[in-house]
Design a protein around this ligand. Structure first.
Ligand SMILES: [Zn+2]
Length: 173
């Protein structure tokens, strides 16, 4: 499970098709055109998985989905839920927001990133540990590498600058 920080979605220039591995080279001006194309392929071939370009057997058996293509796609920072919680804590959002979804204006978000970069000492990292109580399975607590926080705060600063320059909010979900 992961969470992604990015600018909110911007203007759409068209639509493409995608499997879990990524988008195909198809391009449609409108959602309806993409949908009509998929329906025709489904009628003719009994499915749409053959359109996938990844060569994965699993995808060949699945249906393709339609994805919007942005004119000006945002940089994105994708992290585990656990690390998203850590970053939101560093940004001072504490528990006022959920890792599952939240947003703020680019200016507020950028201000918090700059404060977090200024006040947090270098991240020394956290080693992975495990614990086990009698009768329950062993729990592995994933660690965090040294320098993780600084690197990710810098990446979040890029997201915030991008969002601010386009008048878009920053979101995480
Ligand atoms: Zn695929």
């Amino acid at each position: 499970m992961s969470a992604t920080f990015s600018a909110e979605i911007g203007p759409i220039k068209g639509f493409t098709l995608k499997c879990v591995h990524g988008a195909t080279k198809h391009h449609f001006d409108t959602f309806i055109k993409a949908q009509t194309f998929l329906q025709a392929e489904k009628d003719e071939h009994g499915g749409t998985g053959h359109l996938a370009e990844c060569g994965d057997e699993f995808c060949e058996a699945m249906l393709m989905s339609i994805e919007a293509v942005e004119e000006d796609p945002s940089p994105a920072v994708r992290v585990s839920y656990h690390n998203a919680r850590h970053l939101l804590d560093l940004l001072g959002y504490g528990h006022e927001t959920s890792v599952v979804g939240g947003s703020d204006t680019a200016e507020n978000f950028l201000g918090r990133v700059l404060v977090a970069l200024a006040v947090n000492p270098a991240d020394a990292g956290v080693p992975a540990t495990s614990s086990k109580n009698a009768g329950s399975p062993e729990m592995i607590h994933c660690g965090r590498r040294e320098g993780y926080s600084e690197d990710h705060l810098e990446a979040l600063r890029e997201v915030a600058n991008f969002a601010a320059s386009r008048g878009r909010a920053v979101q995480w979900c």
